[in-house]
Write a protein that binds this ligand. Structure first.
Ligand code: SAM
Ligand code: DTB
Ligand code: SF4
Length: 329
């Protein structure tokens, strides 16, 4: 005789908002406050309704212009205001970028993300970046760039070059942003996201956990992302990598369960988005990363390097995928 699979007794009490309704901070906070098992159950359910739960999207990062940035983002190794000992690098050539993109493709990555330490691109930079985008796309990879704040017309130029995704993170809740960055505003970030969307590009936008924010701030970040209409296709959740010399060098890491709760809240509030377990993976154990995947993360940065810091290499990721029966896409 077949025994039905038992239905969990503690059914999560929170109904998802009606289609198109914005997620309020309080609604996201209520997710954070669920019993851990209930939250994980909801997150798995949501993942399974929308994705193959064992498939992980893989993106490879390359810093195409490193350091000497005018901005004062307190977490960042690349701001010229902090003594981080970083070796700066002017804009790479298309050939250098292509070599890295070819290697990423060979290693199985599906998307190539090019990051520049700019407040935003100057007009003279745009032609060079457009050429890189065209060349990488011609390899058959999806393309993503993260160049900072865009001026009118620049998102359209990138779209015309064949760009698929633009990454621009909200990073934290609006009311905490001024504690982290003073050289540009939250509204500047929202305006860039709006122009990216209007140009027909896909949006990659997420944030950082562990900058000294409260749980309510974490919920505020997720609520703001989930309320973008439509929400970002890709949502990177970074665990702060403390960089010596930056104002956040000494911040203590958030508890892993709080980080996992943030991933789960992103999964539930943005059911159709890829949620990326992003920076900070190298500092996590395999079991901690597995919890993030169970909480609904279905994307990673793949390859030894993030922008200026390191990432678990291919061998470690392949071993982890094998242990968890995950497959890369
Ligand atoms: N300059 C562009 C900008 O600010 O949008 C693009 C590059 S910036 C380095 C991209 C993102 O990387 C930031 O928005 C932040 O979320 C993340 N990031 C940078 N430094 C980090 C760190 N130390 N730990 C975790 N995430 C970090
Ligand atoms: C994102 O959310 N994380 C990536 C990517 N988008 C550009 C960057 C992580 C950077 C981590 C610190 C570093 O390597 O400098
Ligand atoms: Fe510059 Fe981007 Fe770093 Fe801010 S996060 S200092 S804008 S590179």
């Amino acid at each position: 005789m077949n025994h039905p699979i038992p239905v969990p007794q503690s059914a999560p009490p929170i109904a998802p908002p009606a289609a198109k309704a914005a997620w309020s901070v309080d609604a996201v906070l209520a997710l954070f406050e669920l019993p851990f098992a209930d939250l994980m159950f909801r997150a798995q359910q949501t993942l399974r309704e929308n994705f193959d739960p064992n498939a992980i999207q893989r993106s490879t990062l390359l810093s195409i212009k490193t350091g000497n940035c005018s901005e004062d983002c307190s977490y960042c190794s690349q701001s010229k205001r902090y003594q981080t000992g970083l070796e700066t690098q002017r804009l790479l050539s298309t050939e250098e970028v292509l070599a890295a993109a070819r290697a990423a493709k060979e290693q199985g990555s599906g998307r190539f993300c090019m990051g520049a330490a700019w407040r935003g691109p100057k007009e003279k930079d745009m032609a060079a970046v457009a050429e890189m985008v065209k060349a990488v796309k011609a390899l058959g990879l999806e393309t993503c760039v993260t160049l900072g704040i865009l001026k009118d017309g620049q998102a359209e130029q990138l779209k015309a070059a064949g760009l698929d995704y633009y990454n621009h993170n909200l990073d934290t809740a609006p009311e905490f942003y001024g504690d982290i960055v003073t050289t540009h505003t939250y509204q500047d970030r929202l305006d860039t996201l709006k122009s990216v969307r209007a140009a027909g590009l896909k949006v990659c936008s997420g944030g950082i956990v562990g900058m000294g924010e409260t749980r309510r701030h974490r919920a505020g970040l997720i609520a703001k992302l989930a309320s973008l209409d439509p929400p970002p296709e890709s949502v990177p959740i970074n665990n702060l990598v403390p960089i010596p010399g930056t104002p956040l060098a000494e911040r203590t890491a958030v508890d892993i369960f709080e980080f996992v709760r943030t991933i789960a809240a992103a999964r539930i509030s943005m059911p159709g988005s890829y949620v990326r377990l992003s920076a900070g993976r190298e500092q996590m154990s395999e079991a901690e990363q597995a919890l993030c995947f169970l909480a609904g993360a279905n994307s990673i940065f793949y390859g030894d390097q993030l922008l200026t810091t390191t990432n678990p290499g291919l061998e470690r990721d392949q071993a982890l995928f094998a242990k968890l029966s995950l497959h890369g896409v």
